[in-house]
Design a protein around this ligand. Sequence first.
Ligand code: ASP
Length: 352
Amino acid sequence: MITAKFGGTAVTPSNLIYIKRIVGRNHNFVVVSAVGKEYAQDDKTTDLLLRYFDTRDSALWDKIAQKYRRLTQVNGVDIDINGLLDDARARVDAFDRSYCASLGEELSARVVARFLDARYIEAEDIVRFKDGQLDAEQTYRNIAEINGGELCVVGGFYGGCKGGRQTFSRGGSDVTGAIFALASNASLYENWTDVDGVCVADPFKVFASRVETLSYAEMRLLALAGAEVLHPDAVSPVEEAGIPIKIGNFFRPEGEGTLVSHCPSRNKLLSVAEKRENEHFVTTVLHGYPRWEILSKLSRFLKSVSRVEDVGFALCEVCDVAILRIELSDGVLRIESRQSLLQTLYPSLLLD
Ligand code: ASP
């Protein structure tokens, strides 16, 4: 059986239909995120919920409610969404910030379960936290006890704890998916997103090709380096059991996506991931080049961003201007800079 997790972009009015197209008789668990962005400047439901908790600004709640009303109306989901929204809002006052953040996933799962004519599973009862940590033993036991043979839909990102709910860190629905895949002994963990799989660099910023295969360790490194495609904590649970992860594009489910398993990547350039850390950018390049080759690519890049011809000197020059630190260890190049480097660094790494 297959466990499938759908990110927030799939749970939007115009994309919900893709979930129905993908989910079939081989699926046992479907894990969903809160309604995501419908356009670049849109807000994620989870961000709106957190802001609502902090301010109690009813305009924010109206925005959240509108997202879920449209989700059900556009897709003809026969559910009392106003009743569910009123009930959720009433619970905000009785609980803490984590509880409020979890409401997006809960509402998504209730709507998707009805849409797929599947059974709704309340994550609070199944995914359990104890002393601030996931109570893995109890959680796995709870999942194993769910009667098989029926398609179940569950909200990702949160679980229950003494007196309320707790969430994983942001993007944590991936972790819920991995836990359900492991506990139900799935043959595959599908992670559906809006890109064609793991790309060598952010495909929204540069033209980057897909990575066909990755090992669990490579995927974890990449996620830690800032590739937002999968939560780093979603790798270990399935790695233990050797369950492969397929990261695919729900718009094009027939595409191959990226398969994460015990097989390492065949790419020389594995990933160029950039993330913001305080005021700076940290760019991590994972690669399989020999040292001389990565050094020559690095020097080409440094020449391209500096007007000075001599690389030794250029290094000092650019260090002053934008690059604060360069670290080169086996297979990993890390550059800390004041400005984003992706657009300039990436082409230099591709050239032979
Ligand atoms: N909705 C949560 C977030 O925005 C969790 C998730 O989507 O995985 O981080």
